[in-house]
Ligand binder design. Sequence first.
Ligand SMILES: NC(=O)c1ccc[n+]([C@@H]2O[C@H](COP(=O)([O-])OP(=O)(O)OC[C@H]3O[C@@H](n4cnc5c(N)ncnc54)[C@H](O)[C@@H]3O)[C@@H](O)[C@H]2O)c1
Ligand SMILES: [Zn+2]
Length: 723
Amino acid sequence: MYSVQEEKELQKLTDELLKFIEGKDRSYWKRLNKKEAEELAEKLRRVIRYHDYKYYVQANPVISDYQYDKLFHALEDLENAHPEIVTPDSPTQRISPAFTGEFEKVKHYAEMTSLENTYSPNDLKDWDRRVRELLGKETVEYIVEPKFDGASVELVYEKDLLVRGATRGDGVYGEDITMNVKTIKSIPLRAPFSKYGINLISIRGEVIMPKSVFKRLNEEREKQGLPLFANPRNAAAGTLRLKNPAEVAKRGLDCYVYQILYSEPKKLCSDIKTQKEALELLSNCGFKTPHIQKVCKNIDEVIETVLKAQEERESWDFEADGMVIKVNDICAWEKLGETMHHPRWAVAYKFPAKQAVTKLVDVVWQVGRTGALTPVAILEPVEVGGVIVSRATLFNPDFIRMKDIRIGDYVIVERAGETIPYIVGPVVERRTGEEKEIEVPKNCPVCGAPIVKELDEAVPRCPNINCPAQLKEHLIYWGKVLDIKGLGEATVNQLMRKGLVKSIADLYYLKKEDLLRLPGWGLRKTQNLLEQIEKSKGAPFWKKLTALGIRHVGEKTAQLLAKRFRNLEELKGVSFTELASIPGIGPVTATSIKNFFKAEQNLEMIKKLEKAGFKFERTEEEEREQELPKPLAGQNVVFTGELGNFTRREAQHIVELLGGNPTNSVTRRTSFVVVGKNPGSKYQRAQKLGIKMIHEEEFINMLKEFSKVNPEVRKILEEKGLL
Ligand SMILES: NC(=O)c1ccc[n+]([C@@H]2O[C@H](COP(=O)([O-])OP(=O)(O)OC[C@H]3O[C@@H](n4cnc5c(N)ncnc54)[C@H](O)[C@@H]3O)[C@@H](O)[C@H]2O)c1
Ligand SMILES: [Zn+2]
């Protein structure tokens, strides 16, 4: 959507505007003439739209919320001072659209607006005064709830059944994410609304990722060398947009609901009179509602409540970025109405950001267990929300480039709950000219191997399989893939600690005497391990390739490669272009393979392995199989539904044996679809695309025919009693 050049320019404009609007108020905006006001407004709109895109669509904001709100308020004030310059597409006139384009658009039952933000008790008093004036009342009763920091959703129930879940989108239209929403355990699939005389109801809530879950997810991602989520909100929003509901289900999302948007035949105001009553109804129907929902008789009590919550929020298991104050009387909502952007009957009180400014002294690069290099900022120690912070993550080099962070800069550090402290950005105004650019090291800080970059990732990596930072992981993986019993984590730890294994190849030079000297190692155990290691020399070529742990070369890819190349020499010798053009490989995997063989350390290890008799070449059995006819060669086969005679994995394996390519999704390139019992959405998709479909029986008949030429397949069919 935005080119790198445009992004740079917009970042620069953002900084200029933030500086420019600082300390300016309504009286200043009033003094501008129409042309000046228009020009300034257009600039503000451009940067706000850009930050909306980063925040809502990419879930990757590049300025703090506080800075964003400053820009937004400036635009609001400017437009208020010059009503004639307002355009219908101004961000103040509508909720920023957040459509990925990957889901179907649906219209909400009622508009899902945003909230007005306030930052101090005084702001709240002003807001209360306006509410009382508009309602013509001495005092107004409010209700205070946490402001959950997640992704807003609309849930629709018809005759007690959950029929739809949608994102907020642009407030009027959202995206249909029903499949994903259904995987969230705290959202009931059936809720007894009919007991309360409701046939149809649309409710609003927030899907969040609990802090504890978020922490685990990021730890997991770090292990896998995947980019980390900056905070639970991004993680929740990102998860809801996954295309695979099974993956969503694994992520441990939670949901709190806090508003009835629409219901029938029971109506808001006439039947459901207060927000408190609405929350109780939702709770009685089995939903999670805010754990704080305090009714306050006036604004002073509200202020007391929000300040108390501000103290306690660290102990909540979800992230909240403030509290929401609503007029309790629902009939008053209509009287107060709303702007294009937010209701007048509710307001958010934002907790002060846990931010601080300090000096970036240095950047060190950490090598993760998968070889990923992560830049870590070394800071002059500073207190952020009650904790002393001296290190913060800079995520990856792209992040550093995007924000133009330099060594010696004063930087804004933010910490949100369980989140690792991170750098929001530099304080450009405080630059002296002495700052230095941050460079990605050319060599691994742990082992010295030249650093490589994969095509699809922002992370630089150390490609050396024997890099001390990675060796342990690789040894365990090696043992697992080659089925070396006894080479588990405990043994690997022992071998590494005693210095017996400094490289994978060392496994094949282990001596009986050395092992016997290890605590707890008798003759049996020692012999077993040595035998297992010896046996691994006879593993198929494709398994040996898998064991190398080259990024993007899992079992399937390794099998492809082993079919194409007889040995490692052939694979090493092939050009990038040729490698990348093999179906199922592509440029990303090809780059990764080439990178692997670029590291001297890896080549040396392979030599050492071969010297010990561990040969990277096809076994006789693999050669024989290679010569069998491949009747499904070049065909992409998809399975849907349950098969009676095979597991999904078995069926896919048979297709592979016959030279075919089992894939998981139906596209125009699919050759045919095998349909089992209760087929899923792939069935409809195949129908729509006019792809050939066969039933399991036909599939088996086909296999019977092929088994005449392929003994492997014959063996499987015989074992299953199908021949
Ligand atoms: N940093 C950036 O680049 C950037 C960009 C765009 C937006 N933002 C931030 O997002 C804000 C706008 O986002 P927004 O429109 O989602 O508004 P918001 O997050 O400030 O507040 C409104 C949201 O609060 C949620 N909410 C949580 N608990 C609630 C409760 N109990 N009752 C009612 N609503 C509740 C709702 O989903 C609602 O959409 C901005 O003010 C800014 O802080 C930041
Ligand atoms: Zn290294």
